[in-house]
Design a protein around this ligand. Structure first.
Ligand SMILES: Nc1ncnc2c1ncn2[C@@H]1O[C@H](COP(=O)(O)OP(=O)(O)OP(=O)(O)O)[C@@H](O)[C@H]1O
Ligand SMILES: [Mg+2]
Length: 402
């Protein structure tokens, strides 16, 4: 007898290790649990073509591996939009890039690393061709001006009666001038290789950090049937703490407890004097509002509207974005607004929950560079393997799965 729909749904969820009650509302799931539920729905579909939009967001290692195996072994075709470099390396065979200048599609063979290499080589070649063309034009320009001077010199004698040999010489020189001018025309400079708009993220830490920066003592947090703790945690100045654990292990809950955003069922929380926190929450809720972006940003970042506009523009949020309701921005745009805010505000404790979700690779790499130089304290949750390597945590706190 074929399995009924709920049995199939149960099997798909089990395959993904989604052990939650299937009647639970979506809003009561952790980010990764919700992502796994969406993935379970995909596993249930028998289709020839799969379209996946940022499927790795929020998935933990096990979820990522399941997704990777599924995509790699999928008999049909898969089109995936993703900024996860490791995932792209393992799954795709061809990359179509939307060229930012022309919006044309440029195709590259292979996965992410192949793409990055080919793209860099193509850019190097384009620069080499440009340099060659510039050198050639410089030569031709110099030659042209020499020949013009020569022709003028000879032509000066033309008024006087000159012999046939002189006239022939002058004509030959003029021909050479014309030829050189034509050569110059035929050697135009190629277009400068496109340099993508670059986000420059600079994070300055402000003020000295107290010791400890923050601490949790015998903390217990409860959410429905979920219970976390008791947890003891002390964060020291200069520490870069990576909080790890499977989807649903309680990472976001623990961050919220640390930030004082969640009621404690037991234990105490302490935040040192002078600690200024900068937070990117997993749901990007700071910009999940109906008010216009500029209004919310000005209030959160403490900038004058004109300065706010200039800064947002540097993060790719221009005139067409600032007047729109925050909630109408894409998740990546909302994440960029958070990054711009961190740059503006001057904080000394960064708390980042899956910060690379939704960001494009340029922005992720900027964040990596900015964090490499960050000298304040840092607590980060991320399932992005390359990102975590780049951030170089000084300590890891692993939350056991339930
Ligand atoms: N409103 C809620 N009611 C009941 N349980 C909840 C609710 N919100 C979250 N939970 C549960 O609390 C647990 C911890 O959630 P949390 O969001 O802290 O996990 P996480 O480690 O951040 O997971 P992820 O990697 O998916 O982001 C999960 O098992 C989740 O199902
Ligand atoms: Mg979480």
């Amino acid at each position: 007898m074929p399995a009924g729909p709920s049995a199939r749904a149960g099997a798909a969820c089990a395959r993904l290790g989604l052990g939650v009650d299937l009647d639970r509302p979506f809003t009561a799931l952790s980010g990764g649990e919700a992502a796994r539920a969406s993935l379970a729905a995909v596993l249930l579909v028998r289709a020839d073509l799969l379209l996946l939009d940022e499927p790795t967001n929020d998935l933990d290692g096990h979820g990522l591996r399941t997704l990777e195996d599924f995509v790699a072994g999928y008999a049909g075709s898969v089109v995936v939009v993703s900024h996860d470099r490791a995932f792209l390396d393992r799954t795709v065979t061809r990359i179509a890039e939307v060229e930012p200048r022309s919006h044309a599609i440029v195709e590259w063979a292979g996965g992410w690393s192949d793409y990055a290499r080919q793209r860099d080589e193509a850019r190097d070649r384009a620069y080499a061709q440009l340099a060659e063309a510039e050198a050639r034009r410089r030569e031709l320009t110099a030659l042209l001006s020499r020949r013009r001077t020569e022709a003028r010199g000879q032509g000066g004698g033309l008024g006087e009666r000159t012999g046939g040999a002189d006239r022939r010489g002058t004509n030959a020189l003029r021909t050479k001038v014309r030829q050189t001018a034509r050569l110059l025309e035929r050697n135009p400079l190629p277009e400068k290789p496109y340099e993508p708009w670059e986000l420059r993220l600079a994070l300055r830490s402000t003020g000295r950090l107290p010791t400890p920066v923050a601490s949790l003592t015998r903390v217990v947090v409860e959410r429905g049937t979920f219970r976390l703790g008791p947890v003891d945690l002390e964060l020291m100045p200069g520490e870069r703490l990576a909080l790890t654990g499977a989807n649903g292990a309680g990472k976001t809950t623990l961050l919220q407890a640390l930030l004082g955003e969640r009621e404690l069922a037991a234990g105490t929380r302490h935040l040192g004097r002078g600690v200024v926190t900068g937070v990117i929450g997993q749901t990007r809720s700071g910009y999940d509002r109906a008010e216009p972006l500029l209004e919310v940003f000005v209030a959160r970042a403490g900038l004058l509207p004109e300065d706010a506009r200039t800064l947002l523009a540097k993060f790719g949020l221009g005139a067409s974005h600032v007047g729109r309701a925050c909630a109408s921005l894409s998740p990546g745009e909302r994440t960029r607004a958070h990054l711009a805010e961190l740059q503006a505000r001057g904080v000394n404790l960064l708390v980042l929950d899956e910060p690379t979700n939704h960001l494009d690779v340029e922005a992720i790499e900027q964040l990596e560079l900015a964090l490499a130089e960050w000298d304040g304290a840092l607590v980060v949750v991320s399932h992005d393997r390359r990102f975590l390597e780049a951030v170089q945590p000084t300590r890891e706190l692993a939350l056991a799965a339930r």
